[in-house]
Design a protein around this ligand. Structure first.
Ligand code: ADP
Ligand code: MG
Length: 603
């Protein structure tokens, strides 16, 4: 019954894992992979001469004892010892080399795996990349990669060793009695079952802990990242964070400890038959030597062969079960990297948009939301219109923008650009036609130049363009005054680094957005931290610069909003008012109220 778990499916899984492992190693570095495999094979092959030498040395000792002429056997022993030393030294050297290469190979493999993972998570559709289940898998595979890579590279050398070791040790067993191999294999079988049991238990623990490690990671971040330093000091809650973290770690180790102890005991139990068999044959062989049915050397070498054979069978089982344990990792890894990218081909967006953008009865709801987040929104924006989007927190302004960016797809209705559904365009081309600055934009701890150049890495880097983008947001003079100018890191944790203020960061991010020369420009509260005077200056400059572009601006500042060609007022996912400032003021409705509310506070 128990042997049932050793079915073909597992063998198939094993083969799949081995194949994928070899493929990964091969992709990472062919030369190292080859060397490691060969050395493994040599190690296995050398077992045979070693056994022969052992046999001959013993027989020559016996000969020396039983005859008066001990010189001849002594010479042979001397010669055999010399050969043993040479073989051992060479073997040691190539094994050490293989270890060094294994080390490099596994390090590089880990990097290859992690780069593939990072690339993947960034290529998935947003809805998928944000999905908690996908995130769990991502984290699980990422975390496992560290341990798994070691376990993955080991079989590369051990399987050849085991294979040739089995062949080498079989030779002597065959000349003794090949039937011995059958019980040797049979008695080893319970261990397979044991291995599979252990693997399954590990997998259960890993699955259980992958969401826990994500919490751990967040606690770790808050306690360690420089940007939380101030808040940590004022709130004085680092101990609370660290204690929570420690509690999770302890909980994990307690559980794995229990599991390890249990399996250590089980392992003894499952190994017992094999140990009895091994010692039984040993006694029998010595009986044969004492009754002069075989020489002591042959008995010893045969015993050694059987021990090694059993060891290799056990190793084979252990490594197979380890590799099988990696099956989970390889399987998760391959399933994850095989997830479908969000690429889609289709029409190319023309560099000059001439029919504008239409929202046609668009409805949208986030996966976890209970109510619609965008409700039946329709509007038209001409190709050169500047549009301001206003509304309270959580009204749906950012969501609207995410729909335009094709991060999420409306469940009902259509968004049409230049007469075509935006989903009919080639995705890469569509994204190129949009430049966007999000509320939670990135603050790269690299140079000022990088921070702007990242706006469009497909464009050839010209300092003139970068400076121009910085001038539009009034940041050029600031950057020029830094110790290393445009090469200055914008992070105080790096040498010569400085820490831009929130408002300065926003202006740098805005420069990055403007550096990308797209027809559609989307700015989600880009200047919420910029003083009103600078904001007006920046916007006058942006609007003048981009007269023939389609600009979307989410802002709470009516001094800027009022200048837009069109204003969309969003409330609770609905478009409740639409028009220019003059028209909306005349309406004396929601916009009028909001505007007056802000105007009053300035009086
Ligand atoms: N990924 C998400 N999953 C579920 N709900 C979301 C998600 N993102 C935003 N929401 C919710 O959608 C509503 C609109 O959010 P948003 O568009 O960001 O508002 P804002 O107008 O302030 O930009 C809010 O109630 C917000 O909580
Ligand atoms: Mg928002």
């Amino acid at each position: 019954m128990k042997i049932k778990s050793l079915n073909l499916v597992n063998f198939k899984k094993f083969l799949k894992t081995y194949r994928s492992t070899v493929k990964l190693a091969w992709q990472t570095n062919k030369k190292y992979f080859f060397f490691i495999t060969i050395v493994g094979a040599i190690e296995g092959l050398l077992v045979y001469p070693e056994l022969l030498i052992t046999k001959n040395i013993t027989d020559n000792i016996i000969r020396g004892i039983s005859t008066s002429d001990y010189l001849e056997p002594l010479k042979t022993i001397f010669f055999l010892t010399a050969i043993t030393i040479i073989i051992n030294q060479i073997q040691q050297l190539i094994t050490d080399f293989a270890d060094v290469y294994s080390n490099t190979l596994s390090g590089l493999m880990k990097e290859t795996i992690n780069i593939n993972l990072s690339r993947k998570i960034n290529s998935l559709p947003v809805s998928q990349a944000e999905n908690p289940e996908v995130r769990n898998t991502f984290q699980k595979v990422q975390e496992a990669s560290g341990n798994a890579v070691w376990a993955i590279t080991t079989p590369l050398s051990t399987f050849p060793t085991i294979f040739f070791g089995l062949v080498s040790s079989s030779v002597l067993i065959f000349s003794f009695n090949f039937l011995v191999m059958i019980p040797a294999i049979l008695f080893a079988l319970p261990r397979i079952n044991f291995g599979i049991k252990r693997t399954n238990a590990w997998r259960a623990i890993r699955n259980k802990y992958s969401p826990v490690w994500r919490v751990w990671g967040a606690l770790d971040d808050f306690a360690n990242k420089g940007r939380y330093l101030y808040e940590n000091k004022i709130l004085n809650h680092v101990d609370l964070l660290l204690n929570r973290r420690l509690k999770l770690t302890i909980q994990y180790f307690k559980e794995t400890e229990k599991h390890r102890l249990k399996f250590s005991k089980l392992q003894r139990l499952y190994s017992a038959p094999l140990i009895l068999f091994e010692n039984g044959t040993k006694l029998y062989l010595f009986y044969l030597a004492m009754t002069k049915i075989m020489s002591l050397g042959t008995a010893q070498a045969t015993n050694s062969s059987i021990t090694r054979f059993i060891n290799y069978v056990s190793r084979l089982i252990r490594e197979t079960s380890d590799l099988y344990q990696n099956f989970t990792f390889i399987n998760d890894y391959e399933n994850f990297t095989n997830l479908t990218n969000e690429e889609s081909s289709g029409a190319i967006v023309s560099s000059k948009i001439d029919k504008g953008l239409v929202f046609k009865n668009v409805w949208f709801k986030y996966q976890s939301a209970t109510d619609w987040n965008i409700k039946n929104i329709s509007f038209y924006i001409s190709p050169t219109e500047n549009t301001a989007i206003v509304g309270e927190n959580g009204a749906g302004k950012t969501t609207l923008i995410k729909l335009i960016c094709r991060f999420y797809k409306p469940q009902k209705g259509q968004i049409i650009l230049d007469g075509k559904d935006i989903y009919d365009y080639d995705l890469a081309s569509y994204r190129r036609s949009i430049s966007a600055l999000f509320q939670d934009f990135a603050q790269y701890p690299f140079s000022a130049k990088d921070n702007i150049h990242f706006g469009d890495v497909s464009k050839k880097l010209k300092m003139k363009d970068i400076k121009m983008a910085a001038k539009h947001t009034d940041m050029h003079n600031f950057i020029e005054k830094l110790p290393q100018k445009y090469n200055n890191p914008l992070d105080k944790e790096f040498a010569h680094g400085i820490e831009p203020s929130k408002g300065q960061w926003q202006r740098i991010a805005l420069s990055r957005t403007l550096y990308k020369d797209s027809h559609i420009i989307i700015l989600d509260e880009p200047t919420s931290n910029v003083d009103p005077e600078s904001e007006e200056k920046i916007f006058d400059s942006v609007m003048k610069l981009d007269k023939d572009k389609m600009i979307f601006l989410v802002s709470h500042r009516f001094s800027t909003v009022r200048k837009a060609d069109k204003i969309l007022v969003i409330e609770n996912g609905q478009l409740i008012e639409e028009g220019d400032h003059k028209k909306l003021m005349k309406n004396k409705s929601r916009y009028f109220d909001l505007f007056n509310l802000q105007a009053q506070s300035y009086k």
